[in-house]
Structures are given as C-alpha cells and as structure tokens.
Design a protein around this ligand. Structure first.
Ligand code: ZN
Length: 318
C-alpha cells in the first residue's frame, strides 16, 4: 500500500522531515527500486508488510525495519519493548495508518496493547502518525519539550495529543519501569537539537532514532555535525550489540563503525571543499561515498550537499 493521501502534499508540508523529499527519489537512480539492505535480516522475521518487516531481536524486544523506497506507510524504523507492566512502542511513524498497524502488531505479538509511545525526535517521518499511534490502547506519549513544541508548530498538528505529552527531561536519562525490565531514555543531540535514544539491557539494544543510519545516507537538515559525530561515538562506546537505526537494516557494532567512517569522510570532504573555495552545492555534486559503500542509497540527491553544507556552516560559526 502506498498511501496517496499522505504523499506529496504531506511531504511538502513536513519539509523538515528526514524524508521530506522522498517524493523526489524516483528521479534519482541511487534510490530507484529496492535498496540492497532491504533484504538484510539480522533476526527472525515475525511480520512482513509492503512497508517493512518486524524482526524479533530478543524475548520481548522487536524492531521494525521500514522499507521506505518501496512503500511509505511507516517510513522510519522503530520498535516494541514489552515487560510485565507495560508495552512501549518506539516512534509514531510517518502516517496514521503505519502507526496504527504497528500498535496492532504490538498487541498481537505481546497480547496486550501499547502503554507508552516514545518519540526520538520531531521529524515528520517519526511523528506524523501520532493519532494512529494512540488509537489502540491510548498509550501515554513521551517526548522532550523541544520535540513536542516542534511538532506543535506543524500544520494539522495533533494538539489534543501534544497537550497531554509526558515531557522527558532533556538533561538526565528517564527510566521507564516495566516491572521485570526497564528502558532508559537518554537525551542526546546531533541529528536535531533534541534527540533521545531508548536503551535496553540484557541484551543491550539501542533504538537510535536518526542519530544512526545504516545503508541510507543520513539527513543533515537540522544536524549539528560535530555533535552528531560525538553522539554516535558515545553510542558506539557503550555495550550495545544491536543498534536499531532510524533508517536502514538493523546494525551491529561493525555497521556503526562503518557509519562513523562515513561521517568522518563527509567532514573531511567539507574541509577540503572549504580549502578549495567550493560551494556546498559544488562539493556535494562531486562527493562520492567511501569505498565499500556503493550500495548505500539516498532519500534525496541533495543529501550530500546538505551534509557538506552543514559542516561548512559549522566551520564558519563553530
Ligand atoms: Zn530525523
């Protein structure tokens, strides 16, 4: 299902979205058809849909890997974490239909409806389905104040939900106690000014939001490039064995190392471009992915220029 009701007009509207220009991808050969990573399954698949698959990471922990180049219903990755006293869904996805589907899958897999929805950041492909996310079980919505306020500023914002958001501390981690298991929501920044990761131990799994991308080039539209690099290094330095990226296949430590190499390569390209007096547009046009990453795809051909431009802006105003 490719929901035309949520296609071009909504993507134009959510111009700050990570996938804001996903409607343009068909003109760009990198993004045509299936991405190579879309078939890279790391864990047993318990559910398949045209827009993605749910992998069972561990007992009570599932991850959705969306395949947005094929179908935009969910758009971003996310997850489900179940404990004795609650069921947490990570992200509210790109459409109400996608978020409702995820809530129904959570209910089916766990046997109980969601009690919490946690938003990693405000971009529309992670929050556009808030109404759908609350349609099953009326879960509490947790977000930072910055995330809530940024969603509120968008057209057709679900103010009735935003008015009742449980605001996460933006400095200290927040524990979500599910009885026999806890999740730690960790405030971070880099992809936006207010990101959070959702972290589980035993096994150590991190839902990274858009701080981490795997197989898809990251969107720097609202990024602070050096903070992004720092945040990713901090995540990698932890004990996690599984990283759920915001977009792309589930990642292990080796995938995050490769992603860090990519971030460093973009930084180096931006430095060279500054030295040569190039514009971001010129540097983006000549940028090529590092060796071994030819299979990576882009939501939008402007992403190279945007990433290099973000670094240039930071070099000028550190
Ligand atoms: Zn994002």
């Amino acid at each position: 299902m490719c929901d035309d009701r949520l296609s071009r007009r909504d993507f134009v509207r959510t111009s700050a979205s990570c996938a804001a220009h996903v409607g343009l991808m068909s003109v760009f050969p990198f993004a045509r058809g299936r991405a190579a990573w879309s078939a890279q399954e790391r864990f047993p698949v318990v559910s398949r849909a045209p827009w993605g698959r749910i992998e069972r990471v561990a007992n009570g922990i599932w991850a959705l890997v969306s395949t947005p180049l094929e179908d935009r219903t969910t758009l971003c990755n996310g997850g489900i974490v179940a404990g004795r006293n609650g069921v947490v869904v990570v992200e509210a996805f790109g459409s109400n239909e996608g978020a409702l589907w995820m809530a129904e899958e959570a209910t089916r897999l766990v046997g109980r409806p969601p009690t919490h929805v946690v938003l990693t950041h405000y971009h529309g492909d992670h929050t556009g389905g808030l109404r759908g996310a609350r349609a099953t079980g009326a879960p509490a919505v947790l977000a930072t104040g910055s995330t809530r306020d940024a969603i509120r500023a968008t057209r057709d914002a679900p103010v009735e939900i935003l008015d009742r958001v449980t605001v996460l501390d933006h400095i200290r981690p927040t524990e979500i106690d599910l009885g026999d298991r806890s999740l730690i929501v960790v405030p971070r920044r880099g992809h936006t000014a207010s990101d959070v990761t959702i972290e589980v131990t035993d096994p150590a799994v991190v839902f990274c939001g858009d701080l981490v991308w795997n197989g898809m080039f990251p969107n720097y539209v609202d990024a602070s490039p050096s903070r992004l690099s720092q945040a990713v290094r901090l995540l990698r330095a932890g004990s996690a064995s599984t990283f759920v990226p915001g977009h792309g296949a589930l990642a292990g430590p080796e995938d995050v190392d490769r992603y860090i190499d990519l971030l460093d390569d973009v930084e180096a390209a931006a430095r060279r471009a500054m030295e040569r007096g190039l514009t971001a547009e010129e540097a983006g046009a000549e940028y090529r992915l590092p060796a071994g990453m030819a299979q990576w795809v882009l939501f939008n051909p402007a992403y190279f220029e945007r990433a290099i431009g973000a670094w240039m802006a930071e070099f000028r105003n550190p």
